[in-house]
Write a protein of this length. Structure first.
Length: 123
């Protein structure tokens, strides 16, 4: 297993993101679980320093990261379990729930606190 250190370059970020993607669903008793947790912290730290994520509302941030990873609304629905609710959220008809924030933060590698920012619904 690679020895991970704080991420300081774009290449290190890409390497860490790729490895995280490979092991992000590691079980708690798996030898990769602690590595996944560490990578999550290192990636979030790098992103906070190098990307200004807080100027974008949470739904737009989700859409951007979906595009980055090539995910569709169906991919988010598989993670969350309800396609209708995901559609409502992506169309600003319903607010993100705490469960969605947790799941999408992990899946899309967005700091959870960035997804808690207030935004307007289109009611």
């Amino acid at each position: 297993m690679k020895q991970w250190l704080p991420i300081s370059t774009e290449q290190e970020y890409k390497d860490a993101a790729q490895r995280f993607e490979e092991i992000y669903d590691a079980e708690k008793d798996s030898p990769h679980y602690k590595e996944m947790l560490l990578l999550s912290l290192l990636i979030n730290d790098y992103e906070k320093k190098h990307f200004n994520l807080l100027e974008v509302d949470p739904v737009e941030m989700i859409k951007i990261r979906m595009e980055d990873f090539g995910y569709t609304a169906s991919d988010l629905a598989k993670e969350y379990g309800d396609k209708g609710t995901v559609s409502k959220v992506l169309n600003y008809k319903q607010a993100l729930s705490l469960t969605m924030i947790r799941k999408f933060s992990k899946l899309l590698r967005i700091p959870a606190d960035a997804l808690t920012k207030e935004y307007k619904l289109h009611v």
